[in-house]
Design a protein around this ligand. Structure first.
Ligand SMILES: Cc1ncc(COP(=O)(O)O)c(C=O)c1O
Length: 378
């Protein structure tokens, strides 16, 4: 009998998501910034202790908003890890910036802060660290270097909502931070994101840029009696139906996080001795980080082993994947950077990394099957 397929990711509900979507429809407000958007904003601001959260249509759009807020111009340079999703770089390239690709640390796969100083030039406008897998970057070192040169730090926190570095929430270190609520993330509304603004100098423009360059938000608050075109901008607000779904997920955050944590820890415990025996590396989480159990990866001894394990698992109905392809080697990455950057750790890791299925509704039986197949691979 063929084995039942285990997907890489499966979306599911954990609480009141569907009821809240229906409530948004019944309340006759399904455009942006309705009651559920407000509840999401309040929850994020309270739990993270930040000045302002703005829901957006994606993390990509939140990153694009940060580029507009930082007034990125052609000729500016933005330092990003090469080991990340396209949007971390593309959001700034869209406004003419040159991406300066940084290599990653071997242990956490986060941007290597030790190489930052030599990458800074008078044109550097921003550093965009990514908390890979929800494990915090070395933020004290990054903020120290950025502060010394007067450079903005925008945290791409697509993976790390409610994760902590040195006891402090990820997303609260930079002048701004971004979140993703894409289906593949810990908390989701299908497609969605948020811009977190920590530095008050960006607050007023953020609100305007997000509302098509208008001061419509002030009209809704009763602060003006008409709204008008104030600045450049676009349409970055998600529908309140999606905000309803997201609010249900955020409300159920403890259930979702503890389930993911259980799955992550079970993988770790069950694969540890197999990994040591076969020279496979498991994720590393520094003592001063509370991670979000967003990814569970294996770093295989060779690219050939990685490909063979993916194929072997696939032949048994298990969908494991790899990512990211190094941005500095992509056609667009080379063109935008004007040269091929030197990121040997990124190249090596990205050719050997495999991600195992990890999602809220993964059952213990499914996980046992995955572990059983992985440990029978060699
Ligand atoms: C590190 C990182 N940044 C940004 C994004 C983009 O997120 P979104 O799909 O919400 O635009 C992703 C998506 O996977 C990501 O992994």
């Amino acid at each position: 009998m063929p084995e039942v397929m285990i997907p890489f990711n499966r979306s599911s509900v954990a609480g009141n998501e569907l009821a809240y979507m229906a409530e948004a429809v019944a309340g006759e407000h399904i455009s942006g910034d309705g009651p559920f958007s407000r509840r999401c904003h309040e929850l994020l601001e309270r739990e993270l202790g930040i000045r302002k959260a703005f829901l957006t249509t994606s993390c990509t759009h939140a990153l694009e908003m940060s580029a507009l807020l930082l007034q990125i111009q052609p000729g500016d340079e933005v330092i990003v890890p090469s080991f990340t999703f396209v949007s971390t770089a593309n959001a700034y390239v869209l406004h003419g910036a040159r991406p300066v690709f940084a290599d990653i640390r071997r242990d956490t796969l986060n941007l290597d802060e030790n190489q930052l100083a030599e990458q800074i030039t008078p044109r550097t406008k921003a550093i965009v660290p990514v908390h890979y897998g929800g494990v915090g970057c070395h933020m004290d070192a990054i903020l120290e270097i950025a502060g010394r040169h007067g450079i903005a730090v925008v945290e791409d926190n697509a993976h790390g909502l409610f994760g902590k570095y040195q006891g402090r929430m990820l997303g609260t270190f930079g002048c701004m931070a971004t979140l993703s609520f894409h289906e593949s993330k810990n908390f989701t509304c299908g497609e969605g994101g948020a811009l977190l603004v920590n530095d008050p100098q960006y607050l007023e423009r953020a609100e305007i840029i997000r509302e098509k360059g208008t001061n419509r938000s002030r009209l809704f608050r009763g602060e003006v009696n008409k709204y008008t075109w104030m600045d450049i901008g676009s349409s970055y607000l998600p529908s309140d139906m999606l905000a309803g779904f997201l609010y249900g997920q955020l409300e159920a955050r403890d259930v979702i996080q503890s389930s993911r944590r259980r799955i992550w820890e079970y993988y770790y415990a069950q694969l540890q001795s197999w990994a040591m025996e076969h020279n496979v590396r498991l994720p590393m989480v520094p003592d001063d980080c509370e991670h979000t159990s967003h990814v569970f990866y294996l770093i295989m001894p060779s690219p050939e082993d990685r490909q063979a394990l993916i194929a072997y698992l696939r032949s048994h109905g298990i969908y494991a994947v790899f990512h990211y392809l190094p941005l500095h080697l992509s056609e667009m990455g080379r063109k935008a950077a004007g040269k091929t950057a030197c990121c040997p750790v990124t190249e090596e890791i990205s050719s050997r990394l495999i991600r195992l299925p990890l999602f809220y509704s993964l059952t213990r039986e499914e996980q046992e099957r995955i572990i059983d197949r992985v440990t029978r691979f060699y």
